[in-house]
Each structure stands twice: as C-alpha cells, then as structure tokens.
Design a protein around this ligand. Structure first.
Ligand code: 6LW
Length: 515
C-alpha cells in the first residue's frame, strides 16, 4: 500500500462500540451504539479518515429514545448508517421493548425524523443495503430462540416495513457458531458479500464473510475465515476483542474497515469498553484481506492521500459540547441545567448508586448526572463544585463503569459542616453482593475543587492537591463487571433519598488525557 498518511488508532477513543460508516462524495459519516445514554447514537464526520468531528447525535428527543431500562447496557444497540438518494438512514435496535427502528435525515447534523418502528423484524444489529437498482434490503440476526441465523428481506423505505418473507442467509463460518451478529451487505464485482461478527463481543470476537451471486443466497463462506480476529494473539496483546466491523469504499477505489476493539491495561482490564478502530482492506481473488502484510489491527492505519482537513475546534470541557451525556432519558423536569461553563444539578432523590441488588440508576430516567467518556488510560479530571445548603445532599465527581463499579469523590452537607468522602462501589464477582466502601474522609469547604487522577489503574481521589484516597481501578474493567459500555467521568448531585429543590453548581471542568 503506497499511502503516506496514517490515522491513529483508536480513531474514536473511549466507549464507542459497533461503528458503522458511510461515505457521501468526499464526506464520511460514522455512528456508534449508545445504550442507556442520552442523547443517543453519536454521529461523527470526517473528510480525510484521520480527523473526526462529532457533529451531534441521531436520537436527541425523548420521543426517539424511550429508555425504560433498568441497566446501563440496555437501550440502543448497534446502529447502521447508510445513504441513498439524498437521504441518510440510521437503523438500530432499542432493546427496551421497542425493537428495530429507522430514523432518516437529509442533513446528518439533523434534525432526524421520529423513529419508524419495523414490525416483524426479530433480533439485533439491523442493517440496510441499497442495491444498484435502488431496491433496499434489511438484514438482521435471529438469535436466542433456536439456532442463530442471519436473515434478510426486501425493505420498503416509504412505509418502513418488510416486503415479503424474511429469508435465512447464513449461520456463520464456525460450526455451532456463537453469536453470529453485526451483518452488513455489500455488492462488488458481481457478488453480494455478507460480512458478520462471530464469537461474541469479547475476547473471541472475529469478523467473517460469505458471498453469493444472488442477494438471498446461497452464500458461500470464505475459506480464509475469519478475515480478522485477535483471539490468537493472547490477552497480553494491547489491542483485543476485534470485531463488529463495517466496510467503506473510498473515492479512489480503495477500502477501509471500521470495527470495535478494546485496549486492556494494567492487566486484562477493559475500563474504556469497546472503542472504534480502523484498518485498510484490499481485495484479492474476490475476497477481502484485512491490513495486508500485517494481518491484525495496528496503532497506525494507512489512509488515502485525501485533501488535508482540519475539523472545527471544539471545547470539549464546555458543558454544551456534544461529548456530554445524560444517563437515561430526561423526562419531565430535567434536573440537569447546562450552561457553557456552568452546570447545575438539582439534588433529586436517587443516590448515584442503588442500595439494593436491582439497578435503579437508569430507571430513575432523570438521574442527576452528566458525564463524558474516559478516553485515555491515564487522565486527570477536575471540577469546582459548590455544595447546596440543605443537610444530607451530596454532589461530586465519579468514574463510573456501571452502577456496580465506580470510584467517586463527593461532598456531603452534614449538620456539622461539609464532609468529603472518597467512595468505591463494586461487586465481588458479577453476581456477588453490591459493596460500598468509604476509602477516605476529610473535612471540606462549601466550594472545593474535586480531582480524579488516574495513572493507568492507579487512581487518586483528591480535593485540590490533597489526596483523600487512592485505589486500584482494575475492578472497573467491563470484562469483570459485565455489560457493553465503558467508563464515564461524571458530575452528579443527589438528595440521597429525598427530592430537594436545591442545586449543586459545577464550574471549571477540565479533562486532560495522557496518551
Ligand atoms: C451488539 C452486538 C455486539 O449489538 O454487541 O459486538 C452488542 N457486538 O453486535 C452490543 O454492542
């Protein structure tokens, strides 16, 4: 490959799994999963495959994103993004009782349409494919009941419904395949290609492919499958879990693949969850070769010599930046009021972490939380916060993998004054009881600078320059606490069981990542 330019992997660091990409002339667009975070389905733009700008989200209204889930890893699974005849189509699954649906837009920056729910479309990971004659097909997976299959059917883009029967296409390259999912269809040189993921989204993840002369098959699996996996590289390899991929053809006829992978650190700990990576692809004898000459995903990804493009600068520390997310969809009175440099969070009832076994964190919909992804193994996050005058309320800074794994530094108003506490929440094993431990205590002022500093898995929970406690962070890896998300750095306030009118006020937030 003769390229002299490189993109740096991961192209989207932090929890950005299940990427899907499409190109319109010189512009590339990419979406990822978002689970129970709101707004949902972040969307990115690039013109050179090296720099990516988040241009917003697809699901920005509560009507598009009903989240009734009781877990952070519910909600929105794997979206696919496609463009046809002036219209962008985003198809995805809301696993909280909605199923597969499509939203459309003529401008990827929005507005996006309301959701069009698709009847009779089982499974997850739906995908659309527009054939050369303009006919659209939908494919997805059937998994869970009986044998797993990838299916496809003609899809009516006017009524957003399946036309005719669903046909079974392929069961994957592996005998007794585990989790054939993430199907995407492509057409090239007289063949329909069906690319999927197999092996499950963890260590055994892999990308496999089959092809057929006819869209509904029969599909012939590639003898060289899997075309990509890192499972043979062992758990010490710094890029793990490669899978769930999508292909894009560049203007010059070359191809790239975007995919999810994880970066374990400090042991086999995947705190940042699944991130978006990219690799070049060439076609040999009618089949794809991923990263030719290398055979796996690398830190650098050669890209075509596209015109230099610098995305508009965004201040990600400003609370108005699209990097910030709610947890659960705010309904009715939103406790979070966002100004550019000031964030106010009302001290509503639910504590940040549930006391019982069952998660309440997402059920609360309007939890007093706003967060952004942890994107680096080593980082520092700092924020100034003023604790409200009512006794019993808390506010603070948290690194949160899910409601069973977090580290936080918080201020609590007591009768005797303000107390700072460093707290760890964890479960002993995935099914063990929920534990909460106060790692350190300190007297504090009404307004403090809260700091979380991570040097790899060594975390310090601080008041300004004073370390209240330290902790090892490996317990926040998604491989041990389960689920599909990655760590967030969040600001929160709580009435600790009582709805209060008062608000915590946050200013001067700074996140600094150390690569
Ligand atoms: C997604 C599935 C998967 O729907 O994990 O990596 C699921 N693969 O394709 C959640 O991200």
């Amino acid at each position: 490959m003769q390229y002299s330019r490189y993109a740096t992997n991961p192209i989207l660091p932090g929890f950005y799994p299940d990427p899907s990409i499409c190109r319109v002339e010189d512009d590339y667009y990419l979406v990822t999963s978002s689970f129970a975070f709101f707004p949902g389905v972040p969307i990115f733009h690039s013109r050179d495959l090296r720099h990516w700008e988040q241009i917003g989200h697809v699901l920005t209204r509560s009507s598009q994103l009903p989240l009734n889930c009781r877990r952070i890893s519910g909600g929105i699974y794997a979206p696919t993004l496609r463009y046809h005849d002036g219209v962008f189509y985003m198809i995805t699954t809301n696993v909280d009782g909605i199923g597969d649906f499509v939203c459309t837009a003529t401008d990827p920056r929005g507005p996006w349409s309301e959701m069009h729910v698709i009847e009779n479309a089982p499974g997850i990971d739906p995908s659309l494919f527009f054939d050369e004659d303009g006919i659209c097909y939908m494919c997805g997976n059937e998994w869970g009941k009986g044998e797993p299959w990838i299916w496809a059917a003609e899809f009516d883009t006017k009524t957003f419904s399946l036309k005719g029967e669903r046909k079974r296409l392929w069961q994957g390259a592996l005998r007794n395949a585990w989790a054939p999912e993430a199907p995407h269809l492509y057409f090239r040189d007289g063949y329909y290609y069906l690319m999927i993921a197999e092996g499950g989204t963890e260590f055994f993840h892999a990308v496999t492919i089959a092809r057929s002369k006819s869209i509904f098959g029969p599909y012939e699996g590639f003898r060289g499958n899997p075309i990509l996996t890192h499972r043979h590289l062992g758990k010490g390899y710094p890029i793990s879990n490669t899978g769930h991929a999508d292909l894009v053809e560049n203007r010059d006829g070359s191809w790239h693949m975007v995919l999810l992978a994880s970066r374990p650190y400090g042991g086999y700990h995947l705190n940042m969850g699944r991130e978006t990576f990219m690799v070049p692809v060439v076609w040999e004898d009618g089949w794809p070769v991923v990263n030719p000459g290398v055979g796996h995903v690398d830190w650098l990804c050669p890209v075509p010599d596209l015109e230099d493009w610098i995305p508009p600068q965004q201040d990600e520390d400003a609370f108005t930046s699209p990097v910030w997310n709610h947890l659960g969809c705010p309904q009715g009175l939103d406790p979070v009021t966002i100004g550019e440099n000031t964030l106010r969070i009302r001290c509503i009832a639910p504590p940040l972490v549930p006391e019982g076994e069952e998660s309440e964190i997402v059920k609360a919909h309007a939890l007093g939380f706003l967060g952004r992804r942890q994107q680096h193994m080593s980082f520092e996050a700092r924020v100034k916060v003023s604790v409200p005058p009512e006794e019993g309320v808390s506010c603070g800074l948290v690194v949160l993998q899910n409601d069973f794994a977090s580290l936080r530094i918080e201020l609590t108003r007591r009768e005797s004054g303000v107390e700072a506490r460093a707290v760890q929440v964890w479960k002993d094993g995935r099914n063990g009881p929920l534990e909460e431990a106060v790692l350190g205590l300190s007297a504090a002022m009404e307004t403090e600078e809260l700091v979380i500093r991570a040097s790899g898995q060594s975390f310090a929970l601080m008041l300004g320059d004073w370390t209240v406690a330290t902790a090892e962070g490996g317990f926040m890896g998604s491989e041990s606490c389960g689920g599909f998300v990655g760590a967030y750095i969040g600001l929160f306030a709580s009435g600790n069981g009582e709805d209060r009118e008062c608000e915590a006020v946050f200013t001067d937030f700074h996140y600094t990542g150390i690569r």
